[in-house]
Design a binder for this molecule. Structure first.
Ligand code: ZN
Length: 414
């Protein structure tokens, strides 16, 4: 983004009025007539007034968008339009008493003085919409836009539009965090990233921004893959909304994303319908055991629940995988092993949902040598090899560390 410092006479600001726009994100902070009158008083006295920030849009004919200085601009236009008088209690300027006068009644020399006053203009060009919105936020509130706000600022981005729609889903009426600074969109975008990658993925804001850029156009969303993804996300959110018809105190941002990821994973392998009515109860018991766990002496705490609470701030893929695993652990101990049929795959490779399940059943350890494994570094292995008619089902899968996996495949080729 480039800045150009320039000056416009008041006359130019007035004559270009039909080409000057006030963008939608402008705060509707309206000045009183007294505020406006004192601004004109300051100009007539030759006092400096703050610069007006503008953005020159890439349009023909040219158009300027005011980033900061809407009230000052409108005050100047309004005064020249004769809409309000100068302050009645205005002090003399030299020997002139201008108090209570409207523009048309001003002595000609003051009209000329006003017309030819130089206004400081900061021209921002060209800049993306997000940059311009960010600059506006900084000027108004002295702080930058948060990453979710930045992502929201680009109204032409199809990913942004999809996520903005998702954030209106009834499920988000049941979460325990408010939508301040687009936090519902923030959660929804993480859910979409999970579906796009098909596995636990680092959800730091850089990665979300990359996803927004990659899926900005309509090609993906109009295609078969995009439509399937949209259906899938809505399907999982519908399930969640049916489990949580009212606000649940345990549905904090991180938890709601983890729960989404876990239900999305489970529902690819199991039919959850028989237990659907009790999922809300299960989650309540999980949430209360989380709270209870934190009140226990450290040596009596459950390691899993402690990890769940303590890694809530982590966004890397292993932290996501750990949260899914811990939720699944609680889920299976609440409902017992599910009788419903796992989805049978004839594929040679495990699906991501199966891999998440296998990772979960391994409790994060290599099932041959027991060393710890992380989501980024492990292999889903057929216990009975595929070549020997071992099936690609969760029951025939095990998690191996890279070393054990290499040893096993070496043996197979020996
Ligand atoms: Zn191993």
């Amino acid at each position: 983004m480039d800045f150009k410092f320039t000056t416009w006479e008041v006359a130019a600001l007035y004559s270009r009025r039909s080409s000057i726009r006030i963008p939608e994100y402008q705060r509707n902070n309206v000045w009183t007539q007294r505020d406006k009158a004192y601004l004109i008083d300051s100009i007539l006295r030759g006092y400096p007034i703050p610069a007006i920030y503008m953005h020159k849009a890439q349009t023909v004919p040219e158009e300027w968008h005011i980033i900061d200085g809407q009230q000052r601009t409108e005050a100047i236009w309004g005064f020249i339009d004769n809409k309000f008088p100068l302050p009645r209690d205005m002090a003399l300027i030299g020997e002139y008493d201008l108090s209570g006068l409207r523009f048309t009644k001003l002595p000609q020399e003051f009209k000329d003085l006003l017309y030819h006053t130089d206004l400081q203009i900061v021209m921002i060009e060209p800049g993306t919409k997000q940059e311009v919105a960010d600059m506006f936020q900084r000027l108004q509130f002295s702080k930058p836009l948060t990453p979710p706000e930045l992502r929201h600022a680009d109204a032409d981005n199809q990913m942004r539009n999809f996520v903005a729609e998702l954030a209106k889903h009834p499920f988000f009426a049941s979460v325990s965090y408010p939508n301040t600074r687009y936090q519902h969109e923030n959660a929804a975008s993480q859910m979409v990233l999970f579906e796009l990658k098909g596995e636990p993925t680092n959800t730091r804001s850089t990665n979300l921004a990359i996803m927004y850029n990659q899926y900005a156009g309509s090609e993906f969303w109009g295609g078969k893959e995009g439509k399937a993804l949209i259906r899938n996300v809505y399907c999982i959110l519908d399930l969640l909304a049916s489990y949580f018809p009212t606000v649940h105190p345990g549905l904090k941002l991180v938890n709601s994303v983890a729960l989404y990821e876990m239900i999305s994973t489970l529902s690819k392998s199991y039919d959850l319908e028989p237990v659907a009515k009790k999922i809300g109860d299960w989650y309540s018991s999980f949430f209360f055991s989380l709270i209870h766990n934190n009140t226990l002496p450290i040596n009596e705490r459950s390691p899993q629940l402690t990890i769940f609470s303590s890694n809530a701030g982590l966004v890397n893929s292993s932290a996501h995988a750990a949260r899914i695993s811990i939720l699944m652990n609680s889920f299976f101990s609440y409902f017992g092993e599910l009788e419903t049929l796992p989805v049978v795959e004839t594929n040679r490779t495990f699906s991501t949902a199966q891999r998440i399940m296998i990772y979960y059943f391994s409790r994060g350890h290599c099932q041959a040598c027991r060393t710890e494994i992380s989501w980024n570094n492990w292999h889903a292995d057929h216990v009975v090899p595929f070549e020997k008619l071992g099936r690609t089902v969760i029951e025939n899968g095990q998690a191996l560390c890279p070393t054990c996996n290499r040893q096993k495949s070496n043996k197979a080729f020996a």
